[in-house]
Design a protein. Structure first.
Length: 93
C-alpha cells in the first residue's frame, strides 16, 4: 500500500535506506527540513531504517534508528540535534 500526504501528515511509514558512515545529526536535520518543505509535519506510520543504517558513528542499527527518530521529532530532539537544527536554519535563511 502506498503512503500519501494529507493535511501535513505522511499517512504511512517513513523508510530510510542506505549505509553512510558519515550520517550525523546535521543530515537528519536536513532530512527533516526536506520533509517540512514537502508539507510533511507528522508521520502516522513507523520510521523504518534499513539493515546496516548508522548514525553518529553508532554501529547499532537499532540505536541509530532511535537517534534518527529523536532528531526528526522536535519533542525528543537531543541538544546536539537541536544545535544542528539551529545551525542549519542559519545557513538556509
Amino acid at each position: 500500500m502506498a503512503a500519501c500526504v494529507a493535511a501535513g501528515a505522511l499517512n504511512g511509514d517513513l523508510i530510510v535506506a542506505g549505509r553512510d558512515p558519515s550520517f550525523h545529526n546535521e543530515h537528519a536535520v536536513m532530512l527533516a527540513r526536506e520533509l517540512n518543505e514537502l508539507g510533511i509535519r507528522a508521520i502516522s506510520g513507523n520510521l523504518i531504517v534499513s539493515p546496516g543504517f548508522t548514525m553518529n558513528f553508532d554501529p547499532s542499527t537499532t540505536r541509530s534508528g532511535e537517534q534518527l527518530r529523536d532528531a526528526l521529532d522536535t519533542t525528543r530532539r537531543s541538544a546536539a540535534a537541536m544545535q544542528a537544527w539551529t545551525d542549519e536554519r542559519k545557513l538556509v535563511e
